[in-house]
Design a protein around this ligand. Sequence first.
Ligand SMILES: [Zn+2]
Length: 463
Amino acid sequence: MKFHANPRSGPPTVTFLGAAQSVSGSMHLLEAGPYRFLLDCGLHRGPREEARQRNSTFPFDPATIDAVFLSHAHVDHCGNLPNLVRQGFTGPIYCTPATRDLIAVMLEDSARIQEDEAETSRIASNHGGRPATRALYKRSDVHDTIDHCVGVEYDKPVAVNPNVQIRFIDAGHILGSAIVAITLTHAGREYRITFSGDLGRRGLPYLREPSAVPAADLIICESTYGGKTHDTLAGMSAKMADVVKRTAARGGKILIPAFSLGRTQLVLHYLREWMASGLLPRLPLYVDSPLAHGIAIVHEEYSEFLTPQVEEIPFEWLVSADDAWYRTTQSGSCIIVASGGMCEGGRIIQHLKHHIDDPRSTVVLVSYQAPNSLGSQLLLPLPTVRFHGRTWNKWIEVAQINGFSGHADQDDFDALLRGAAQDTRRVRLVHGEPPQMLALAGQLRGMGFADVGVPTREEVVTL
Ligand SMILES: [Zn+2]
């Protein structure tokens, strides 16, 4: 299906092309007269062939897109931008300055993974396997992409052209994350569109608090944790203290798998703060994530957006695999935060292999665990677990603390959206699994929003 770029006299439309009744591949097409804009351009994840098909082919000609408005640097929101550029997009990518610097790190890592996978596929095909698949994009495409980025400060309206203005508002989800407020004039009428991106949670003072979502003719709103309530900060610290103290008393290791952008910085910040305040014992603290190391440098550059760090509690980056091996096999308790939030890959795997059958140690899950992920398997009350091609005795303790989420819960949605209810014509929910979307849709109707919908992929809403 291709969407046409003909100048149209009808009212503006938005077509939902990704993250529709799912949490993957955020991408929406806004068309108004001769203009076409993309809200996010994320990488879709799913079964291998389906993901490959969805990511490699755009349902429009990239050359016809005038500009991209990017909400934040998570790969499910920005990860297909290099492919868009590679396939002919030549316009500006508007984002906050921190997002621009973060996507340089994130997309470089994404390109490296894809180049590695393409090389593995090439070797396999040489040995009689399936035909080799090409990398979706390469590191050189990432460099071209960054050249298209235009950094826009929060709360500074920018004229994209004489008829279209955008403003980024702090979404409090990760460093640089933004709600995108768009005002466009078309056929003598003004239209307002608000794209929430991912909304952060309140009461977790590391990032700034998420801002209220502005009223609009159309609000496109995420719904990841619709119908859920997160642990409070006090609840999180109490749970973490229990886990760390009893594991340390046994002489075990505390393993914390965490996504590299957002969760790792948040977990590290609070572990250090709680150690400084005496809530947690001052154990050696290690971070095993090369990607998070690159991300940390960007965080230092934008420290004015972050709560000051507790410098008195040191931690060590485990830069090489040898460093990680040395620290994980050393005797005594320590805390290791390692990449791979759902334990599906990343540096956490090596630590798990070493400690999965050690009843003194604990793995603390602080991220969303997708069904069938290794993280969700670990949570099952079974004596064994399968990963890395074999079955392992699961004698390690498994704990879960859900409050480290970077996403709004139902109380946050209430606080961030209530003020927009009376002056908003319609809301369309994206970026959530159907049960969460339906829960949030019911909540928003109860708050007075007149028209709340849950679009399917390629559904079009006319303003
Ligand atoms: Zn996000």
